[in-house]
Ligand binder design. Structure first.
Ligand SMILES: NC(=O)CC[C@H](N)C(=O)O
Length: 197
């Protein structure tokens, strides 16, 4: 019998409680991560949606930036949603002055890419890695992946071709919020990476 994987959700800011709930529903031992020792105790990490500029500042204030960089470099499976995707991106457009990301995903993302007229919307996105049916995706002041480097792969795009889901080894990122839809295939996919790591 395999034991439940212990996974963390970065709990500095944003909708971390929703992710903790989903991961627990899927049978994982899910814990909030705010301190380096908590990060060291998990075998996977979700970076939730929220506000990437605030998460960036808080990660430095909490002494988590360096441990997070080391964990990502060391191959920890990490899944970033929305602001979490921004945190995982190597390059960011429309960042605020001084904003830093953790990086890891060889992509360029644009923050708040849908503008102020269309802050939030929902649509179905075919996602071959998850099979049928298409994923119902909820976007909230979301980023898009404007370009991908060689190491990253697009795994989901809008009808107009804009990439909103990416994967690179043990890293996974989505512009949208699977934790609010009741369709937990993305979290299951992430947990399969954790188990395989
Ligand atoms: N729902 C979200 O996570 C929004 C992301 C936010 N616009 C940012 O730049 O960080």
């Amino acid at each position: 019998m395999s034991t439940a994987p212990r996974v963390g959700v970065l709990a500095l800011q944003g909708d971390f409680r929703e992710h903790l709930g989903v991961l627990r529903e899927l049978g994982a031992e899910a814990v909030p991560v705010r301190r380096p020792d908590e990060l060291a105790s998990v075998s996977g990490l979700v970076i939730p949606g929220g506000e990437s500029t605030v998460m960036d500042k808080l990660s430095r204030a909490f002494g988590l930036r360096e441990p997070l960089l080391e964990a990502i470099a060391g191959g920890l499976p990490v899944y970033g949603t929305c602001a979490g995707l921004i945190m995982l991106a190597d390059r960011v457009l429309d960042a605020i002055e001084g904003q830093q990301t953790l990086g890891g995903l060889d992509v360029t993302v644009r923050r708040n890419a849908f503008g102020s007229q269309l802050d939030s919307f929902e649509t179905d996105i075919p996602m071959p890695v998850l099979g049928e049916p298409a994923v119902h995706a909820v976007f909230i002041r979301a980023p898009v992946v404007e370009s991908l480097g060689e190491k990253a792969a697009a795994i989901g795009a809008l009808d107009d071709g804009r990439v909103v889901a990416v994967e690179q080894g043990s890293l996974l990122g989505t512009s949208f919020h699977p934790e609010v839809t009741g369709d937990y295939r993305f979290h299951e996919y992430f947990l399969s990476k954790v188990r395989a790591a």
